[in-house]
Design a protein around this ligand. Structure first.
Ligand SMILES: Cc1ncc(COP(=O)(O)O)c(C=O)c1O
Length: 408
């Protein structure tokens, strides 16, 4: 992988912050965009901006064709059996809410159980917590071991005939833990439960094949994989989506409307009410073409190398606590840590002065933070354009911060 050549495609990486070169290590929050994506957005608005699915005129037909091309491209990227299984939404959060409202509300009732893990992002926690409150169902939570691995034995012991849904993250946005989703799904299906995988931190970084995993639903966001904000994806098995009623109702999601009745549109449009994020759908293909050109297995290898480099560097630096698995085979490109006696928010401000962008806080995973006994943590997260020398800059700045706080 020629990282220097890749970096040339990302205009923002040339930016200077407080007079220093930008070191962008907050890719789990959102990724930067290559010029190919930026150009494609510009081209849409300059050359063929029109609404989709309705106009019988050239630029609308072109917009529709490219928007649907984006859907085809997403379907191939995750190996869905058909583009009918790809619903465009705003983000992973909306995808999960769609399932909560359009499937779970009707199918999960009193004393039924939903299994999640303690690692869930609030997006894959709050919708289930609230649904359980509304429908008198129960939430069961699978814990992690001291290194942050998913406790599979505990999961097996929680599964029962009452389990109606297992909703689990594929990669933790805090610990980086990769969960054994294929085995999780298999066990859930043996009990007749439905499965949802939160792929927000996996689809952009590791090859993901929904047929191999076997999950019923997969949720992820375009903005975490080089595409713009405002475009997300819900994958669902066709036979399940077909049985579900729509979540949002209005224009585009209908076949016919009469004064006293409405017939829903076919998949996937049944779930896409109103004018969608057209440039988002179109540029999903551009982003995916970019990732495929580099190769997802190469991206994964590159992130493993960076993660190992970072873990070794942290281990050789005084006064740093690191959370999550140490073996990069079991971990995505996410390293959460604390510098002892420095609050992560103070640390993030000091690093900002050095041009380094990392995340600090609870990472929208408060139940996990409580479980770890932490109020906040810092997080460095990597992508295809990051380099080892950026990790060196981070480590040197951490050492500097320790000096500022007179810890060295
Ligand atoms: C694991 C995980 N799930 C879900 C989300 C929600 O993504 P979005 O804010 O794009 O809806 C995130 C965002 O950071 C995440 O890390």
């Amino acid at each position: 992988m020629d990282v220097d050549a890749i970096r040339e495609d990302f205009p923002i990486l040339k930016k200077r912050v407080h007079g220093k070169k930008l070191v962008y290590l907050d890719n789990a929050a959102t990724t930067q965009k290559p010029k190919q994506v930026i150009e494609a957005i510009k081209e849409f608005y300059s050359d063929y901006n029109a609404n989709v699915q309705r106009g019988v005129y050239e630029i609308s037909e072109k917009a529709t064709e490219l928007y649907e091309g984006g859907r085809e491209s997403v379907a191939k990227f995750i190996n869905a059996t058909s583009s009918k299984e790809i619903i465009f939404v705003r983000n992973a959060t909306e995808a999960i809410n769609l399932v909560a409202n359009a499937w779970a509300k009707k199918n999960i009732g009193k004393d039924d159980e939903i299994i999640i893990s303690i690692m869930e992002h609030h997006s894959n926690f709050v919708p289930w917590q609230q649904l359980a409150i509304e429908n008198n169902a129960k939430i069961k939570v699978v814990g992690v071991d001291p290194e942050g691995h998913f406790k599979f034995d505990e999961y097996e012991s929680l599964l029962s005939d009452k389990t109606k849904l297992v909703a689990i993250t594929h990669v933790s946005n805090v610990l980086g833990t990769i969960t054994p989703v294929k085995e999780i799904v298999k066990k859930a299906h043996e009990k007749g439960a439905m499965t949802l995988v939160d792929g927000a931190q996996s689809v952009p970084h590791i090859p993901v094949d929904v047929q191999q995993i076997g999950c019923d639903f997969l949720a992820f966001s375009g903005h975490k994989m080089l595409a713009p904000t405002g475009i997300g994806i819900l994958y669902g098995k066709k036979e399940i989506l077909e049985k579900m009623d729509p979540f949002l109702k209005g224009g585009d999601m209908i076949k016919e409307v009469h004064l006293d009745s409405t017939r829903w549109n076919e998949l996937p449009w049944k779930f896409e009410a109103g004018t969608p994020n057209i440039e988002g759908g179109i540029t999903m293909k551009v982003a995916i073409d970019y990732l495929n050109r580099i190769g997802m297995p190469n991206i994964r290898e590159h992130e493993k190398k960076l993660t190992k480099y970072a873990l070794d560097a942290f281990a050789n630096t005084k006064g740093i606590d690191v959370y999550g698995p140490r073996n990069v085979e079991e971990k995505g490109g996410v390293v959460s840590f604390n510098v002892q006696q420095i609050h992560p928010h103070d640390l993030a401000s000091i690093l900002d002065e050095e041009g380094i962008a990392i995340r600090s806080g609870h990472h929208c995973a408060q139940p996990l933070m409580e479980n770890l006994g932490l109020v906040a943590a810092s997080r460095a997260s990597f992508y295809l354009y990051n380099k080892e020398e950026e990790i060196d800059i981070l480590i040197n700045s951490l050492k500097k911060a320790r000096k500022v706080f007179r810890l060295e």
